[in-house]
Design a protein around this ligand. Structure first.
Ligand code: GTP
Length: 307
């Protein structure tokens, strides 16, 4: 399609979102982009992949790199996550650091400043999230404290959940983007492959329904997505839930298959809503010990940051 729009004064660029687990990065991204891209869950460390979301505005295009929480651990998966955090920051024009207003500055937050913000020379904006959880008069002292921790360009108190100050945050980010015509076509909100998108939604449901170490032992692979032969409005999806231990398999299947049924039903409902089609979801549970160390499997699951 030809486009004769004049892009004078248009801005476009990359924003890396950094922050320790659970500060609300995914919630914020979902709020800004307006569609469910990365998974949100009440437990930390649920985002494992760098996810790209594009915010289209009349005078700007903001491309978000949603970098996962900085995690500890020596396995391949953790290493790949850490690599994606660094590469996200390096390809960004602006860094958006998110902290949790209620928790204040934690040791982990400060480590992110030391290990990432201070290592790359990029303008950084601080979003102080979850201000719905604190008293108003505590915001200013928190900003003051933040000025001593790093030379942030801007401080924006927000609530990703209550939609407070999000427009202001977007305006602030825009100021730091280079002048450029749009970098992505307008209909693009994510470059996430559909299979991975679907797998993330299934994994989110496992997360929400299981406890302790079980959710962390889970990987989901979508094996196939087919249209119904007669009904083009039907998608038939086959997916495997990988777990690390036999007893986790039992937990996920549940008594008489009840748990798997529940997970499947929740995932199907959400997928039908998001994809606008009827969905037939076949879920299988397989044990794969130490899948986090299995390079070919990790690649198949989309962790292609691993080299
Ligand atoms: N009260 C309140 N809760 C929030 C807000 N933003 C996020 N949360 C909650 O905080 C929890 C963590 O949010 P996520 O968006 O998953 O956090 P994250 O930083 O992406 O976490 P990882 O995926 O682990 O890196 C969820 O239970 C959210 O509902 C907010 O503005 N106010």
């Amino acid at each position: 399609m030809e486009n004769f729009q004049n892009y004078e004064n248009f801005r476009a660029g990359f924003v890396a979102i950094v922050g320790r687990p659970n500060v609300g990065k995914s919630t914020l991204l979902n709020n800004i982009i307006g569609t469910k891209l990365s998974i949100v869950s009440p437990r930390p460390q649920t985002t494992r992949m760098r996810i790209l979301g594009v915010k289209h505005l009349p005078d700007a295009q903001i491309i978000f790199l949603d970098t996962p929480g900085v995690q500890k651990g020596g396995d391949l998966l953790t290493k790949s996550v850490m690599e994606s955090v660094v590469s996200g920051i390096e390809s960004a024009d602006v860094i958006l650091m998110v902290i949790d207003a209620e928790a204040g500055w934690t040791k982990e937050d400060k480590e992110i400043v030391e290990n990432y913000l201070k290592k790359v020379n990029k303008p950084a904006i601080l979003a102080i999230n979850k201000i719905d959880k604190i008293k108003r008069d505590l915001v200013l002292p928190l900003i003051e404290e933040s000025t001593k921790i790093y030379d942030f360009k801007e401080f924006v108190p927000i609530s990703a959940i209550k939609n407070l100050n999000i427009d202001e945050l977007i305006e602030t980010i825009k100021k730091y983007l280079p002048e450029s015509p749009p970098l992505y076509p307008e209909d693009q909100i994510t470059d996430l492959p559909l299979k991975f998108y679907i797998a993330e939604i299934i994994r989110e449901k496992v997360f929400l329904n299981t406890r302790q170490e079980v959710p962390y032992s889970v990987a989901v692979e979508v094996e196939s997505i087919k249209e119904g032969e007669k009904n083009k409005n039907l998608l038939i999806i086959d997916a495997v839930i990988y777990v690390e231990k036999e007893n986790h398999k039992g937990i996920i299947i549940g008594k008489q298959g009840q748990m798997l049924k529940k997970i499947g039903m929740q995932a199907r409902e959400e997928l039908e809503f998001l994809l606008g089609k009827k969905v037939h979801l076949n879920l299988y549970v397989k044990v794969k010990e130490r899948w986090k160390e299995d390079l070919p499997l990790l690649r198949e699951l989309g962790y292609n940051q691993i080299s």
